[in-house]
Design a protein around this ligand. Structure first.
Ligand code: TXA
Ligand code: MG
Length: 420
């Protein structure tokens, strides 16, 4: 995992120094690991460099970027106007505390870590205007990944960085994912292995009363609530309540906006067992008819499980009538994504009438540990794309105030048109 990488190892340090030097002058961003997902970083003070991020990602320029700092001194320096520094202010005024009070308990307890705070962007800001997309605030985070913090320090400037995926794709949690999306568009990817957390940072705004969570992520709402001044923190994103509690599967329209693999994603909010009985069988049947197979090959149907639903054991009877058969091997095929491992079982399904509705069933078990689910979710969506899945049925987790809120938030976006 990125946060246990020892950046003092000589080879690592050489690579980091090279990347740091590159970042100082290049207008092409560098992909680097953080504990959440891989970021696509550029010097946040240079417009040309920041524009390079939007260009490489194909990201709309009205979506602001998170500024990554290596320590609090670097942050404080960016809360001062251009020309002023922490130790040698050009004015004779005494230095006050520049970080708003409300954030101090969060910084104390949760930084470095997967938490982004919104701060007022000063007049005559040192940040390139492209970072904030014209807003009066900027998002800032100090990553837990030692590799990321070392890179920022060596670059000598805060790094503006969105997730290093192509726009609308699931965020990358391994260097290979970045390469898959951005090959030919960037020159440097630092490989720090699989990301520990697997979903992006929690974004909070403490400049309003009560403070709000804009995006659930790696820091849980429980952990925020335990901080002084944050007991009454509210959710400012759409969750299950607002989107309508559903036990029926949530399926998207044809256009995807976010976290979207190529396959159509169908989410079972309450899990496969919580849905109406036989729901998966019926839907598998429909999927066989309804999904558009890629040219010249059989359809592939994927199931991502997070509970004990025994797809593997039940494969022979799933959705295809009594005479259904599983062809091919039942052997586990380890997808082998660095330290992210899950198993994909493949079998070719033949319909009862023995006709041409042959399909492959791709069975992914993420297990019941919610941290493992978060860690492996984006990798699973990407792997299923790679294996050619036409439709992906996903079993939801119950979203409490832990990281499950982030998992369900991403899954709802992948399975709907809603962009929050
Ligand atoms: O974990 C993460 O946060 C990763 C790693 C690389 O640090 N970064 C990431 O960046 O997820 P990105 O660009 O994919 O998502 C940033 C989110 C967006 O939803 C954006 O709208 C929001 O943060 N954001 C950034 N600055 C903001 C601002 N000033 N006001 C409101 N929202 C902001
Ligand atoms: Mg992103």
């Amino acid at each position: 995992p990125a946060d246990t990488t020892d950046p003092s190892a000589a080879a690592d340090l050489t690579a980091l120094e090279e990347a740091g030097a590159y970042l100082r002058t290049s207008d092409i961003p560098v992909a680097f690991p953080t504990e959440t997902v891989y970021g696509l970083g550029a010097d946040a003070t240079r417009s040309g460099a920041v524009k390079g991020i939007y260009a490489a990602k194909g990201r709309p320029s009205d979506n602001p970027l998170i500024v990554h700092v290596c320590d609090l001194d670097m942050l404080r320096s960016f809360l001062l106007p251009r020309g002023e520094t922490i130790n040698g202010s050009s004015s004779s005024e005494p230095q006050g505390e520049t970080i708003p009070q409300i954030y101090l308990p969060l910084i104390e307890r949760l930084w470095p870590g997967p938490l982004t705070i919104l701060l007022p962007n000063p007049q005559l800001s040192k940040l390139a205007p492209e970072v904030t997309a014209g807003l009066g605030t900027f998002g800032c985070r100090m990553p837990a990944s030692a590799l990321a913090r070392t890179l920022i320090k060596l670059a000598g400037a805060p790094l503006a960085a969105p997730s290093a995926n192509a726009s609308t794709k699931p965020s990358p949690t391994a260097a290979q994912h970045v390469l898959d999306d951005l090959e030919g568009r960037i020159e440097l990817i630092l490989d720090g292995g699989a990301c520990d957390v697997g979903v992006e940072s929690t974004v909070v705004d403490g400049m309003c009363q009560p403070p709000v969570v804009l995006r659930p992520g790696g820091v849980s709402i429980e952990a925020l609530r335990a901080c002084p001044g944050w007991e009454a923190v509210e959710k400012a994103y759409k969750d299950q309540a607002e989107m309508g509690a559903k036990t029926a599967p949530r399926a998207p329209g044809m256009k995807y906006k976010h976290y979207s693999p190529k396959a159509r994603v169908v989410l079972y909010e309450a899990g496969f067992e919580g849905g109406k009985s036989g729901v998966l069988e019926e839907d598998l049947d429909k999927a066989l008819e309804g999904c558009v197979g890629h040219e010249g090959r059989e359809k592939a149907i994927a199931v991502i499980r997070t509970k004990q639903w025994p797809v593997a054991a039940g494969m022979r009877s799933v959705g295809l009538g009594q005479d259904s058969r599983v062809q091919g091997s039942d052997e586990d095929d380890n997808a082998g994504l660095g330290t992210t491992s899950f198993f994909v079982r493949q079998g070719a399904l033949l319909s009862a009438n023995g006709e041409t509705t042959a399909a492959r069933l791709l069975d992914v078990d993420l297990g019941q540990d919610i941290k493992r689910v978060a860690h492996g979710l984006f990798a699973a969506l990407r792997e299923l794309d790679r294996l050619g899945a036409d439709v992906i049925f996903v079993e939801g987790v119950s979203d409490g105030d832990d990281i499950a809120a982030a998992v369900m938030n991403r899954l709802r976006k992948a399975a709907s048109d809603i962009r929050a």
